[in-house]
Write a protein that binds this ligand. Structure first.
Ligand code: ADP
Length: 483
């Protein structure tokens, strides 16, 4: 049993239309570090989801009719409650997802920062006045909420992936149904407990745990009361949802897979690049969609960079996220571990060499040693697929042209990183990288004040920043005649 200051935050019932419900079926939530069961969570079916959609639909007019200031005040309260309960929320998150407790606290702060940001933005949903096209005409553009939003999110950020979506949606007057990943529903339910305490009205925010992702996805896409689907997850599932949503012309926001390049040029500060790579690669045990997946190092600094990175990586401590000083927790499940092993053995078979790590960790379970491999080349799986684990594959390159070409040789385009000092090169490379986000001399780019999102098959739409509200708004133009 988890030791919480407020045990009520460990909620296992679904939250539908302002009610905590059970339906006789449940699914277990396991701790990936120990394999132990944390809780049994209510397993909703399609009929329950349809009810949640009805509730969200009925609630939308009165929620949208509130002033931005009123909605913002509720969101602000929700943000404050998240921070007041950060210790408990982090414990729940580490227990169900495995990341080190300090990272879990970081995630709660990160998630809460979106709620705070959009609490503030709620008052600033401005329209436009356009000079008329005829002498007696006046044109006004207003922005209105899209309506009911259905959300599907992954397990790697059980709090923040939902916060990044629900905050802008509620701020502008949409109502919202969250279907959390089946591996990590407890953080979402804890958010709902606090949302209810913050005064979010009935039906405005529902959390619908279910073990049947595809049935829920189908219902959210098919139901005509849902205006928009917002999804974070794999490109494969994103495409399924876009196809399913086409039948009812759903609006979509898609935050899909990445395959981030991380380039270190000869003129980089190598020590800083090593620090950046550590963060960009090993955060969350390599399980983030903006994790550096391919590390390209120019020949002049290749040896120095690999040696220094390997030294730092071999010192990272692996363990249960609740243990002090742990930097790398378990991988989420056996399938994740198998993918890491497959990418590694493919690279080794094709000539790469292990500098540090390379094996399942002695602790067993789904723990894997943080790994660095050198001599990586284009034909290997790691060039084309997201590994989602703690392996840093180091490619060597000669010219800037070659680095950019290699970096862009992927259908994905979420994040890219590079380290360089020459200002002309910085501009050239930043402009040419085919990604929605570029970290220049930094390995950490996520913040609520900037637009997060990808291009190519990494998705569409942006989360956070002054642009983030637009994903949940429609433009309406009014033409006034006979003036
Ligand atoms: P990940 O590799 O991060 O698990 P997925 O795309 O498989 O990425 O999963 C992201 C979310 O999408 C999870 O909550 C998962 O349950 C859900 N999901 C998986 N398949 C479907 C589907 N066919 N329809 C709707 N949601 C799905």
């Amino acid at each position: 049993m988890l030791k919480l200051n407020d045990p009520a935050l460990l909620e296992t019932r679904a939250y539908v239309n302002g009610h905590w419900i059970e339906n006789g079926s449940s699914f277990p939530v396991l701790n990936p570090a120990t394999g132990e069961k944390i809780a049994d969570v209510t397993d909703l079916g399609v009929e329950d989801v349809a009810r949640a959609i009805d509730g969200a639909y009925d609630a939308k007019a009165s929620w949208a009719a509130k002033t931005g200031k009123e909605r913002g005040a509720i969101l602000r309260k929700w943000h404050d409650l998240m921070l007041e309960n950060i210790d408990d929320l982090a414990i729940i998150l580490t227990a169900e997802m495995g990341k080190p407790l300090t990272e879990a606290k970081g995630e709660i702060m990160y998630g809460a920062s979106y709620v705070e940001w959009f609490a503030e933005e709620a008052k600033r949903i401005y329209g436009d006045v356009i000079p008329g096209h005829q002498p007696d005409k006046r044109i006004v553009v207003m922005k209105q909420p899209v309506g009911v939003v259905g959300s599907i999110t992954p397990w790697n950020f059980p709090n923040a992936m939902i916060a990044r979506k629900v905050a802008p949606a509620l701020a502008v007057g949409c109502t919202f149904i969250a279907r959390p990943a089946e591996l990590t529903p407890l953080s979402a339910l804890a958010m709902a407990v606090l949302g209810e305490r913050a005064g979010i009205p009935k039906g405005v925010f529902s959390v619908i745990p279910s073990s049947n992702a595809s049935a829920i996805g189908k219902e959210l896409c098919a139901n005509t009361k849902v205006a928009k689907i917002t999804f974070t997850g794999s490109t494969r599932v994103g495409k399924i949802l876009m196809e399913q949503g086409a039948a009812t012309v759903k609006k979509v926001s898609m935050e899909l897979g990445g395959n981030a390049p991380f380039i270190v040029f000869d003129d980089a500060d190598v020590d800083a690049a090593v620090e950046g790579a550590l963060i960009a690669k090993y955060r969350n045990a390599g399980q983030t969609c903006v994790c550096a997946n391919r590390i390209y190092v120019q020949s002049g600094v290749y040896k120095e960079f690999s040696k220094k990175l390997a030294e730092r990586v071999s010192a990272l401590s692996v363990g249960d996220g609740f243990e002090d000083g742990v930097a790398i927790g378990p991988l989420i499940n056996e399938a994740a571990l198998s993918k890491v092993e497959a990418h590694l053995s493919d690279a080794i078979a094709k000539g790469a060499e292990i500098v540090t790590g390379g094996c399942r960790h002695a602790r067993g379970g789904t723990f894997f040693e943080p790994t660095v491999i050198t001599g990586v080349t284009r034909g290997m799986q790691v060039q084309h697929e997201e590994t989602f684990g703690p392996i840093a594959p180091l490619f060597e390159f000669e010219t800037e042209e070659e680095a950019v070409e290699l970096a862009n040789d992927t259908e994905f385009g979420l994040a890219g990183y590079f380290y360089a000092k020459d200002i002309s090169r910085v501009w050239r490379v930043a402009e040419r990288l085919e990604t929605g986000m570029v970290g220049i001399n930094t390995g950490l780019i996520s913040t609520e004040v900037a637009p997060f999102g990808g291009i190519k098959q990494s998705g569409q739409g942006r989360e956070g920043s002054k642009y983030g509200a637009d994903d949940y708004l429609e433009l309406k133009y009014m033409c006034f005649g006979e003036i």
